[in-house]
Design a protein around this ligand. Structure first.
Ligand code: HEC
Ligand code: HEC
Length: 438
């Protein structure tokens, strides 16, 4: 797209992503339960995330910046938006506490529903102060397994679509058939990519006696074709940042690209552009957005931690003693990388990148690769301190609740949560302070 238009769109995208500053949730958190600690909410102040890794080369920094611009850009139909979409920019969903993060406090999907004259109805499960949500259907109308993402909005009515385009919004009224996912942050994406499969497997096999005592197993998810470990997404269903970029561009925004060439809905009247809509500019040797998004996420630094008080230090010990760290591995190392900034680095992710069975309470009835309905990737906890919404469907905005939700019929975390419940209140509070320091 031309530079002038790009700048204009970036400014509006920056406005739409809600001023990238950590904000406490506007709604009052639930009153503390008897015997439970208080979650003080998202750490306020400047965002502790969003910059590039230390030690990137000049070229890597140039691509990081170009990638950040592309990631923040608000797309129009002429750039490929639609015909179906969930939002019009990557940075709108990945916004808190800065570009690349998770769901912001004000849901940008509400404004996007009617932007540029679009006529979409906002489904009942989206709200101004609720999380960004992407929706999957559990079953098809004929009761076969579905599990796929159903885009919430259409471009019909926008002032930039062909007049004949009348594609209709899907019906989301059967809420019992829906399951939600909120955005996972993409900070430290390149570090996650650079952890060797052998490191993940060795970590999963470590401490086997104590894991067994606690009822903790775990397994990796794998790519069907080359057999290597997949690690991105709530179910570790996706292989790489580039693949996720191509998929998200098509699924979330309706922008066809060099990895996913075909519109998910090939409505002829709405087909405004040739495919792939995002592509390498061969005449200018200018890489595609998918390549740029990848560079932004690859060189994006992990979130910085907050102040370490005595309570935080104690909470970190509690986290280890309870057994949280048996799944939420504090640190794994990258292997040898072709980028020095990613090579042989510690990655303080607080995850084993493996799948665990989380029981009936968290089961979303969606299978992806090795992950069955109740299996989820141990959520990386880095950056938790400035997050607003938690768990795959964003059901919690309170860390105490997020911990308690781990327990459920058949959950591998049940014993650890029993141990948490048996703690004196002051130790529980220290644990929450530790989590808010991440
Ligand atoms: C409508 C909101 C939305 C938009 C727009 C969006 N994402 Fe996401 N993103 C999500 C959700 C939801 C997930 C979790 C998906 C899952 O696991 O099913 C996610 C996960 C990711 C992840 C995985 C990170 C991890 O460690 O799990 C990457 C990478 C990513 N998105 C990149 C992008 C890029 C690049 C774009 C723009 C092309 C984009 N996203 C646009 C909602 C969005
Ligand atoms: C058996 C492995 C396991 C154990 C033990 C475990 N967790 Fe988790 N944790 C997970 C998984 C898997 C998820 C993602 C679940 C989901 O979203 O449905 C998660 C999610 C979380 C989240 C929400 C993160 C987010 O991105 O929304 C927090 C906070 C958390 N865990 C803290 C803890 C604490 C504190 C403990 C110890 C008391 C603990 N966990 C013990 C596996 C575990």
């Amino acid at each position: 797209m031309n530079l002038q238009l790009r700048t204009k769109n970036m400014i509006s995208a920056a406005m739409a992503v809600g001023f990238a500053i950590a904000q406490p949730p506007p709604q009052q958190p639930p009153p503390p339960q008897q015997g439970q600690p208080v979650d003080p909410g998202a750490r306020v102040g400047a965002a502790a995330a969003g910059g590039a890794l230390p030690g990137v080369t000049t070229g890597e920094m140039t691509m990081f910046r170009a990638g950040k611009d592309a990631f923040s850009e608000m797309e129009q139909v002429s750039n490929g938006l639609g015909p179906r979409f969930n939002l019009d920019s990557c940075g709108g969903c990945h916004a808190q506490p800065s570009t690349g993060g998770s769901s912001p406090s004000v849901n940008p999907q509400i404004a996007a529903a009617t932007r540029a004259g679009a006529l979409n109805k906002v489904p009942s499960f989206l709200s101004q102060n609720g999380p960004v949500r992407v929706v999957r259907f559990r079953q098809t109308p004929t009761h076969q397994a579905d599990g796929g993402v159903h885009a919430l909005f259409v471009v019909t009515g926008r002032n930039d679509v062909p007049a004949a385009c009348k594609i209709a919004q899907e019906d989301f009224s059967n809420t019992a058939n829906l399951t939600f996912r909120i955005p996972t942050p993409v900070y430290g994406g390149g570090l996650l990519e650079s952890i060797p499969d052998s490191t993940i497997l060795a970590n999963l096999a470590a401490n086997s006696a104590v894991k067994q005592q606690m009822g903790i197993g775990g397994k990796v998810n794998r790519n069907g074709n080359d057999g290597t470990i997949t690690r991105f997404g709530w179910k570790a269903q996706n292989k790489s940042l580039m693949l996720f970029s191509g998929e998200a561009y098509n699924v979330e925004m309706g922008v066809t690209n060099e990895i996913f060439q075909n519109e998910r809905d090939e409505d002829a009247a709405c087909a405004a552009n040739g495919s792939p809509e995002d592509h390498t500019n061969y005449d200018k040797l200018d890489p595609s957005d998918v390549v740029k998004f990848t560079a932004f996420m690859r060189f994006l630094a992990p979130p910085a931690t907050g102040p370490v008080t005595a309570s935080v230090t104690n909470g970190k010990n509690v986290f280890g003693q309870l057994g949280c760290a048996l799944c939420h591995t504090p640190s794994l190392n990258t292997g040898k990388s072709s980028s020095a900034s990613l090579s042989n680095q510690p990655v303080p992710l607080y995850s084993d990148l493996a799948l665990h069975t989380m029981g009936a309470n968290l089961n979303d009835q969606v299978s992806q690769g090795n992950a069955a309905g109740s299996d989820f990737r141990t959520a990386p906890l880095w950056g938790l301190g400035q997050r607003i919404f938690f768990l795959h469907d964003g059901r919690s905005s309170n860390l105490v609740d997020a911990i308690l939700q781990h327990a459920g019929q058949g959950s591998e975390a049940s014993i650890v949560i029993q141990r948490y419940n048996a703690l004196p209140l002051s130790q529980k509070q220290d644990l929450i302070h530790f989590l808010r320091s991440l």
